[in-house]
Design a protein around this ligand. Structure first.
Ligand code: XMP
Ligand code: MG
Length: 181
């Protein structure tokens, strides 16, 4: 294990198996439907890339970027659109793909914003759910893993934009934060 990690929470193999299961479930539920998968940059990229290849349907995907924590490990609660979708979602079945639902503030904002654009249906798929820190009534329709209230990195998740490329999910050693803050 890398020296900056405290422990590995979810191995590459665990993630792969769970994402395959979720892909199979979505494949079943969206039979005959025109599906648009919306990835929230940048954290959702590895999850989206793996998930869409487990969905055996002719889907499309698009991306949105919203402001989140910046360089800090704490949520500001403010959400801003940095990059919007390329096309309309009116009358489309959409699945919003997020890396993690923490306070839920980002997803609440996205649900309201995208909901106003009149999609035919809207669901949320989150790789991780950290319900211990929820500040709104937003829960993912599809979730791979529930995790404790701990800051995690890897498989898209970052600290200060680093560690996104780790193929597994781990918790950083506390001294990694304190060194940089
Ligand atoms: P909220 O609080 O709005 O947060 O649900 C969603 C966004 O916060 C980031 N986030 C994390 N990023 N490790 C990270 O690398 C974490 O443990 C963590 N918790 C929240 C993430 O960008 C997510 O999209
Ligand atoms: Mg993020």
């Amino acid at each position: 294990m890398e020296e900056y990690l405290d422990r590995i929470l979810l191995s590459e193999d665990q993630i792969k198996k769970r994402v395959a299961q979720l892909g199979a479930q979505i494949t079943e539920e969206y039979q005959g439907k025109d599906l648009l998968v919306i990835g929230i940059l940048k954290g959702a990229v590895p999850f989206l890339a793996d998930l869409i290849r487990e969905i055996k349907l002719p889907l499309r995907y698009d991306f949105m970027a919203v402001s989140s924590y910046g360089a800090s490990a704490k949520s500001s609660g403010e959400v801003r659109i940095l990059k919007d979708l390329d096309s309309s979602i009116e009358d489309r079945h959409i699945i919003i793909v997020e890396d993690i639902v923490d306070t839920g503030l980002t997803l609440k904002y996205l649900q309201e914003n995208l909901g106003r654009r009149k999609p035919l249906s809207m669901k949320i798929a989150a790789l991780l759910d950290k319900p211990g820190r929820r500040r709104t009534e937003v829960y993912p329709n599809y979730n791979c893993f529930v995790i404790p209230d701990e800051f995690v990195v890897g498989y898209g998740l970052d600290y200060n934009e680093a560690y996104r490329n780790l193929p597994y999910i781990g918790a950083l050693k506390p001294e990694v934060y304190t060194e940089q803050d």
